[in-house]
Write a protein that binds this ligand. Structure first.
Ligand SMILES: Cc1cc2nc3c(=O)[nH]c(=O)nc-3n(C[C@H](O)[C@H](O)[C@H](O)COP(=O)(O)O)c2cc1C
Length: 408
């Protein structure tokens, strides 16, 4: 804890230095709406968050957000929502976004390539969140086809008007989340242009859009540091913060105000607390949250697979059983069965080799991709512009999911 405090002090000093810098170098973008500037907002409204839950499609819904808040998350992002779908389809909005007074501070993330739709989408949630984030980091094929996410990084003619219009028309501050471009100078230019357009906080994922899936590799914290030093707004560093012990080194290496984590939090939602709790206990708490915050069972199951992955690598039969369960009660019983086995030292029936584990992870990823591809097609082809979906979209729970997928 002591070393974390030291880092907090260093951060405070850096924060103050950056604030000074902001006074001399950053022209405040013109906005008819009065809102707090980057640093003031960061400190007074967000309360200087250090531990941030990443936006995650299909995952950072209300129940999971509340669990993460209980275990040390200072700030939480929603999954990415497709702005045009969100702006035009009431069913999509209802199924994908819900919140409650305790679900703060909250950032809602959108993707899109037209200011009109992103602003319209943001209008629906501006009273229920603390900031809007524009996704400029999704590297998946679906984002390529839809022309959003990381595929806009080199298209300032598209993303700058979106940020400007959001800044001008939305009550809450606008954030952006980017990936690195191959050339660091280009990334610096990009970051500065976002700042000038009105972006009040930037998350930098320290990987390029080519670094995904098996080729993700380790995030480049040094690049984050170099970019952060040129900026006057707060920065979150994202990438390769998997364990509690990664937090401090990441803050030190990048000088960022906070760290954002995705995969590490999926595996252990209590990671930010630094507590060493049995993952089965956390998994059961998540099921309780799902019941309180009305979560679909397929969303719950997807989280449980990720939390229990390391145990399922040994108890392969229980993994298979989990795939066939469709009730919260069933999930709970299965976890109890797992706990009993662990406590009584029952030997696993089978154990996966590393190769099998890799193959399984790959297959899970492919299945997820396939499902999301189907969901997206459905939303896009069935949505009308008057809040009414045409046909099947209302009937399929999976249509609540959005258009990106893992590692966006
Ligand atoms: C399941 C999953 C879903 C994701 N969905 C989103 C998303 O909706 N928006 C986004 O900006 N990034 C998304 N990402 C990327 C993460 O926010 C994060 O940038 C990336 O995983 C790197 O962080 P990590 O090294 O801590 O995992 C997703 C990642 C995962 C694993």
């Amino acid at each position: 804890m002591e070393s974390i405090n030291t880092t907090v002090d260093q951060q405070q000093q850096q924060t103050e230095e950056q604030e000074q810098q902001q006074i001399v170098s950053i022209p405040e973008p013109m906005s008819p709406i009065t809102k707090l500037g980057g640093w003031e907002f960061y400190k007074t409204v967000l309360k200087s968050p250090k531990k941030v839950i990443a936006p995650m499609v299909d995952h950072t819904y209300l129940a999971f957000r509340m669990l993460c808040r209980k275990y040390g998350a200072d700030l939480v992002y929603t999954p990415m929502f497709h702005s045009k779908n969100f702006a035009t389809c009431k069913v999509y909005r209802k199924e994908s976004f819900s919140t409650c007074p305790e679900d703060r501070p909250l950032v809602v993330q959108f993707c899109g390539n037209e200011a009109e739709w992103v602003v319209k989408a943001a209008k629906f949630v501006e009273d229920e969140c603390d900031a809007i984030d524009l996704n400029l980091g999704c590297p998946q094929q679906i984002a390529k086809r839809g022309n959003y996410g990381a595929f806009l990084l080199e298209k300032p003619e598209i993303f700058l008007p979106i940020v400007r219009e959001l800044h001008k028309n939305i009550k809450v501050p606008i954030f952006c989340k980017i990936r690195l471009l191959p050339d660091i100078n280009d990334t610096i230019k990009l970051a500065l242009s976002l700042q000038e357009a009105g972006c009040q906080l930037l998350t930098i994922h320290g990987r390029t859009k080519e670094q995904k899936g098996q080729h993700a590799g380790i995030a480049n914290w040094e690049a984050i540091k170099i970019i952060r030093e040129k900026l006057s707004i707060p920065v979150f560093a994202n990438g390769s913060v998997v364990l509690y012990k990664d937090i401090e080194p990441c803050l030190e290496a990048t000088g960022a105000q906070g760290v954002m984590s995705a995969e590490g939090i999926l595996a252990n939602p209590s990671m930010f607390s630094g507590l060493d709790l049995p993952i089965t206990q956390i998994a059961k708490e998540y099921i309780d949250m799902c019941l309180v915050y009305h979560t679909e069972t397929y969303i719950c199951r997807s989280h449980l697979f990720k939390m229990l992955r390391s145990l399922f690598d040994y108890h392969v039969d229980l993994r298979e059983k989990m795939g066939k369960i469709h009730t919260f009660e069933g999930f709970r019983d299965l976890i109890t069965e797992l706990e009993v086995r662990i406590e009584s030292g029952i030997q696993p029936e089978k154990m996966l080799t590393n190769k099998q584990k890799r193959e399984l992870k790959e297959k899970e990823r492919e299945d997820e991709l396939k499902r999301q591809k189907m969901d997206t097609t459905e939303i896009i082809t069935t949505t009308t512009t008057d809040d009414k979906p045409n046909t099947t979209v209302t009937e399929t729970p999976t249509t609540a999911t959005t258009t990106a997928t893992v590692s966006t």
